[in-house]
Design a protein around this ligand. Structure first.
Ligand SMILES: [Zn+2]
Length: 171
């Protein structure tokens, strides 16, 4: 049985292909269909249920849990970016920045997993990234992109300072 999806023949950009390979993600029918969904609307973002509805409408039989994992993996390897949609109380997924957009460091809250793009820092960071790539080149390596992410706790998740500083464990 050959399942064809003629309308989803959107070529996968090499940068995305490279990320998939680095992450060891196989290009299954589901992966290609999900990528096609986002590539056909690069500026858009979708919630899990919107993506599921679109894929189902395109005739892809995909389990919702499978789709969840796939979206998460695509986000983890930098193909997709996810951010919290506070109104819908869910995640929205969209295509991550193309490398030619320059290095935009990100901050991810380990508590709520929201991502913040630190665009203010992009100019000096780009210089650092260029430096790193040049260093690699001197060593004969071919760096392709630099990812900078900072992990921590976002302003919304930092617990309010209860008793002020100086809380030492009882001696
Ligand atoms: Zn947070």
């Amino acid at each position: 049985m050959s399942q064809r999806s003629p309308k989803e023949a959107i070529p996968v950009p090499p940068a995305i292909q490279a990320r998939l390979e680095q992450a060891g993600l196989r290009r299954t029918l589901a992966t290609r269909a999900v990528l096609g969904l986002f590539l056909s609307n690069p500026q858009g973002s979708l919630t899990h249920s919107q993506a599921l509805a679109s894929l189902t409408a395109r005739g892809l039989d995909i389990n919702r849990v499978t789709l969840y994992r796939l979206l998460d993996r695509l986000a983890a390897c930098g193909v997709l970016q996810r951010h919290a949609d506070d109104d819908a109380r869910t995640w929205r997924f969209g295509l991550a920045d193309a490398p030619q957009d320059g290095v935009v460091p990100r901050f991810e809250c380990d508590a709520c997993h929201r991502q913040f793009r630190l665009t203010e820092a992009s100019a000096p960071t780009r210089a650092v990234a260029g430096d790193l790539l040049r260093t690699l080149a001197r060593l004969g390596h071919q760096g392709q992109r630099v990812d900078l992410s900072v992990h921590g706790t976002c302003a919304g998740c930092v617990p309010p300072a209860a008793d002020g500083p100086g809380q030492e464990p009882a001696a």
